[in-house]
Design a binder for this molecule. Structure first.
Ligand SMILES: Cc1cc2nc3c(=O)[nH]c(=O)nc-3n(C[C@H](O)[C@H](O)[C@H](O)COP(=O)(O)OP(=O)(O)OC[C@H]3O[C@@H](n4cnc5c(N)ncnc54)[C@H](O)[C@@H]3O)c2cc1C
Length: 424
């Protein structure tokens, strides 16, 4: 095998995608500069406050056949699990149309599931290895995750998603009400049916994990520049620098991994990609004494409950309101109320200071697939953004693929479905 050419790579963004890409590029012997204005793993990043699921089975895109029927609800119920802010509708409309169309038929949903599965498979093992290298192996656990439903009929209503999961190789165990009670004695008895996906894992502190990976990248030689990228500058079709608010960073190649903020960076070299943000929230009870034994998703609330090293976290909600919208903390209160309802032994009179709330921005493409591939302008600009609801779980494989693309090698998984040019 030929040695990869050593070059200077600038990575924009130090979320999960950026820092893991940095580690994989350093492994190939490249010089790496990470441009990030904030603390890696800090609250500004979606990678900080997500639910921590390493769910290898999260292959079903957000839009499904029939989702269009819910559009009036998206618009009329501002606090529903998925809502579009009226004031943002004109801006979001083209994205929403593409979103609905990409889930219009079973075949389209299955195509996305087949594309995503290789990106997610083995994620707990890949993350565990990375975490061990970074000295935080304990943050990644491979104990399975659970979906809980009020009834078997409610599970059956999700049949399309589960049948597609089965076709792409996901296996699971179904749990009766009694089996659920034995496993989850503190869960409210209104949940009568469960699905345990044993292959999935979880992260005990996504923000701490990303911070540790950034430290690891630093120890391998990455340089971190505290700056905000404003665009890319090219000469003869090649990137020569990243323009930042603190000056130019010259380089041989660029990886754009600025999460939901990546759109203007791609546009600076002419790639107008339909990246939108799906805002999400979490609430965290820092000193909870009861909760799930296995990390779980409540199907009725579309909310994941996960123990983290910072407290008991409930994360979910989707709001299409753009990056500039002020948080709507009522959404966090909805998550809190669901959480307290799920685990009746949690105290109902918690003082506000005992609960922390957070808003994050998922970087979302309409079809639920990331942009992972070369820019239209040059093979020296690689896009690695738009991972939507699965950016943590998929970040380990994404980082490897980024290094393979930069090195001009054949990626280890099929990446044609993620080609940014599908929208150009
Ligand atoms: C409520 C919620 C729950 C979620 N649950 C899960 C889950 O359980 N499992 C899962 O896999 N995924 C989950 N996700 C999705 C996941 O968090 C994201 O897909 C993932 O974190 C995206 O990672 P990223 O590195 O692309 O972006 P980010 O983590 O957002 O990082 C981007 C970084 O780029 C920096 N940046 C931005 N603009 C610039 C610029 N111009 N110049 C330089 N740097 C810049 C930012 O400061 C930031 O640090 C969830 C998301 C939310 C909101």
């Amino acid at each position: 095998m030929t040695e990869p050419a050593r070059r200077h790579i600038a990575i924009i963004g130090a979320g999960a995608i950026g820092v893991i890409s940095a580690i994989e590029l350093l492994r190939d012997g490249h010089r790496v500069t990470v441009i990030e204005p904030a603390t890696p793993g800090g609250e500004q990043a979606a990678s900080y406050g997500n639910a921590g699921w390493l769910s290898t089975h999260s292959v079903i895109p957000p839009a499904m056949p029939g989702t269009w029927k819910n559009v009036p609800k998206f618009l009329s119920d501002p606090l529903g699990p998925l809502a579009v802010r009226w004031s943002y509708l004109p801006k979001a409309l083209p994205w929403l149309v593409q979103y609905l169309l990409s889930g219009w038929t079973d075949a389209r949903v299955e195509a996305t599931a087949r594309a995503l599965r290789p990106l997610l498979i083995d994620a707990p093992a890949l993350h565990r290895k990375l975490a061990e290298e970074a000295g935080v192996g304990h943050l990644i656990e491979r104990q399975g995750v659970m979906h809980v439903y009020p009834s078997r009929a409610a599970f059956d209503a999700d049949a399309l998603g589960w049948s597609i999961r089965k076709r792409v190789g996901v296996t699971w165990m179904e749990l009766s009400a009694d089996e659920m009670r034995q496993r989850e004695p503190d869960l409210h008895p209104r949940y009568q049916f469960g699905v345990l996906v044993e292959e999935a894992g979880r992260c005990r502190d996504p923000g701490g994990y990303v911070a540790a990976l950034a430290d690891h990248a630093r120890s391998l030689g990455a340089e971190f520049v505290a700056a905000t990228a404003r665009g890319l500058r090219q000469a003869n079709g090649k990137p020569v620098s990243v323009l930042t608010d603190k000056g130019e960073v010259t380089c041989d190649a660029v990886v754009v991994a600025a999460g939901a903020h990546s759109k203007p960076l791609a546009a600076s070299i002419g790639d107008r990609l339909p990246l939108e943000t799906e805002s999400g929230y979490h609430v965290m009870i820092e000193s909870a004494e009861t909760g799930p034994r296995t990390s779980m998703m409540a199907s009725d609330a579309k909310m994941v409950v996960n123990w983290t090293d910072r407290g008991l976290r409930a994360a979910g909600q989707v709001e299409i309101a753009g990056l500039a919208a002020a948080p709507n903390w009522k959404r966090a209160e909805i998550l809190r109320d669901h959480l307290l309802g799920m685990f009746p032994k949690l105290p109902k009179d918690l003082p506000p200071a005992a609960i922390r709330s957070w808003l994050g921005h998922r970087p979302s493409m309409p079809d639920g697939r990331p942009c992972l591939g070369y820019s239209s302008a040059s093979r020296d600009v690689v896009y690695a953004f738009g991972h939507g609801h699965v950016g943590l779980v998929s970040s380990a494989r994404t980082g490897r693929v980024v290094a393979q693309l930069i090195g001009g090698r054949e990626p280890e998984i099929p990446v044609a479905p993620f080609d940014p040019k599908r929208y150009l």
